[in-house]
Design a protein around this ligand. Structure first.
Ligand code: FRU
Length: 326
């Protein structure tokens, strides 16, 4: 590998409407700014599978040095990833998975473990005879499948806990409100709702509140995002009983890309840690994230100062060149 001055990373992002994905993009950009030899181009598929395939194709034609993809769904995105690999582009899959193993590296938390964590939380808190509703993410996207599998396997052996209903959502809260509303109106009051992410969990709480059931139904979400409307705040506000942390892995993906470009070997599976966040540890988690956020702001501030210095230096140098007639 001859070292080049600059490398282009192409990132195909599933969508950017929600804060979790905004955080992923931001952490990628911040990490990229720490590697002077890296440039990052982000294409937003806007939750449209066909568009995502086209955008990945554009990255292939352009000959990006590393491709990063967060697939909307597994099956339809797999062939174009294989095409990228066949044309020699190292490809990192982040968050949602594809089919098979034809990619360079995967990074993300273990969603089966996330489902298991949610189930264990219910097991350790539940009284006798517990009714649960599960609200799933988009069918065909791997975290929905994995979270459900882990959740069900763990609850399977517990006779006193029953998943009475499953609502198929699409990761956004609008997708689940009608069905949940009907279920609650029919007289069913579950003890727990496990929603595959915090946005749908918040939607579930809104429906429960409209029936004045918010104190009877305990709701568990996933993501545990930091910030004003994130899952951590929702646990603090007692809207959610708990959430399971699902880190975006944006910074780590760029680090992996950088290692690949240096010709280093990387692990095929890079699994990020997850943890349950409830009233016991929510303050600790919030403090941790506060500190990290301050540090990140410091870094961004520093980057801006450096950029300004570089710009001033360049213009001074041009001035000197002009004066001495170069
Ligand atoms: C963000 C999101 C998260 C969820 C993840 C699963 O778009 O819906 O809330 O954890 O995608 O891939």
């Amino acid at each position: 590998n001859d070292k080049r001055e600059s490398y282009l990373i192409g990132f195909s992002q599933a969508m950017t409407t929600d804060n979790w994905r905004k955080e992923m993009n931001k952490s990628m950009l911040v990490e990229t700014s720490m590697h002077p030899d890296l440039k990052l181009e982000v294409k937003d598929a806007k939750n449209d599978v066909q568009r995502q395939i086209e955008q990945i194709d554009e990255f292939i034609s352009k000959g990006v040095d590393v491709l990063i993809v967060s697939p909307i769904q597994s099956v339809p995105i797999t062939p174009v990833i294989e095409k990228a690999m066949d044309s020699g582009i190292p490809t990192i899959i982040i968050d949602r998975k594809i089919e098979g193993r034809n990619f360079t590296a995967y990074i993300g938390a273990n969603s089966t473990e996330i489902g298991r964590n949610a189930a264990k939380y219910i097991i350790s808190h539940a009284q006798d005879s517990t009714k649960v509703i599960e609200i799933t993410g988009l069918q065909g996207s791997s975290p929905a499948y994995d979270r459900s599998a882990g959740f069900r396997q763990t609850l399977d052996s517990i006779a006193s806990i029953k998943i009475s209903h499953t609502i198929n959502g699409d990761w956004e809260k609008a997708s689940i409100k009608k069905t949940l509303n009907k279920l609650l109106l029919s007289g069913l009051t579950p003890d727990y709702i496990f929603a595959h992410n915090d946005r749908m969990a918040l939607g579930a709480w809104e429906v429960a509140k409209s029936k004045n059931l918010q104190d009877r139904i305990k709701i568990i979400g996933v993501d545990g995002l930091f910030g004003p409307s994130g899952g951590i705040q929702l646990v603090k506000d007692k809207v959610l009983d708990a959430t399971v942390l699902y880190p975006s892995g944006g910074a780590e993906a760029i680090k992996l890309a950088s290692l690949l470009l240096q010709g280093k070997n990387v692990n095929k599976n890079n699994i990020l840690n997850t943890v349950i966040i409830d009233s016991v540890n929510v303050d600790i988690m919030q403090n941790q994230f506060n500190k990290m956020n301050e540090q990140q702001n410091d870094i961004e501030q520093q980057q801006r100062v450096i950029e300004e210095q570089v710009a001033t230096y360049k213009s001074q140098r041009n001035l000197v060149k002009m004066m001495i007639g170069l």
